[in-house]
Ligand binder design. Structure first.
Ligand code: SF4
Length: 210
């Protein structure tokens, strides 16, 4: 992506360097705590669900050295859930399907997915503090609302999958004409319809904010 001015380019470069430093510190600290192997980055994820093909890309996959369980990791440069409970609620209310979808993709590939993780990389001033959900057979009690770690039950992931199929069916039957547009312009960054979408929110520039 080009930058309108040299100053904006330089600011973006500095932000990226600060973010990279924080990311690396978090990565190493996590590795020291529980060693893992990165087994995939930018992995394409495709799955046929009841005749509907879904596709995506998984930012990173780690395999725990001790347990062999896989963690599905998604980097976020836009607004994300602020806690594990909030993300779990987003899944339960069918607002977010991304990590449940990746769970099913990797499970179909034979991985034992033990953890889902969102890594916020939006603000270079903040430490990297991921939202982590351990996948459990049955949902465990909810932690406090702002806790970064929590659990999600396989039944909750299953419900998300069923809903994805329902929505795909409704779309193909033309029972859904449109979805409400997002209010977060960052979401549009990688959208395939970006150039054609007349309703997408405009970036109210934070270019000089940091
Ligand atoms: S560009 Fe339009 S369709 Fe794509 S995510 Fe943004 S609002 Fe949605």
């Amino acid at each position: 992506m080009g930058f309108p001015t040299q100053i904006e380019f330089e600011l973006a470069r500095r932000r990226a360097r600060r973010t990279a430093k924080r990311y690396l510190a978090w990565f190493l600290e996590r590795y020291r705590r529980a060693p893992f192997e990165v087994i995939g980055t930018e992995e394409s994820a495709a799955l046929d669900l009841d005749g509907y093909e879904f596709i995506g890309y998984i930012d990173r996959l780690d395999r725990d050295d001790r347990t062999g369980a896989v963690t599905v990791i998604d980097y976020k440069t836009g607004t994300i859930a602020e806690s594990a409970v909030q993300y779990r609620d987003d899944v339960a209310s069918f607002v977010d399907f991304q990590l449940p979808f990746y769970y099913w993709v990797r499970t179909a590939c034979g991985d034992r997915v033990g953890r889902l993780m969102l890594v916020p990389l939006k603000d270079p001033r903040l430490e990297v503090r991921p939202i982590e959900l351990e996948v459990v057979p049955l949902p465990a009690p909810r932690p406090s609302y702002d806790a970064p770690g929590g659990t999600i039950g396989i039944d909750e992931l299953e419900r998300a999958k069923v809903r994805m199929i329902e929505l795909a069916r409704m779309l193909s039957d033309e029972r859904i004409e449109s979805f409400p547009v997002t209010s977060d312009p960052e979401v549009c960054t990688y959208c395939a319809y970006r150039d054609a979408c007349r309703n997408r929110p405009q970036l109210c520039e934070e270019r000089f904010a940091h």
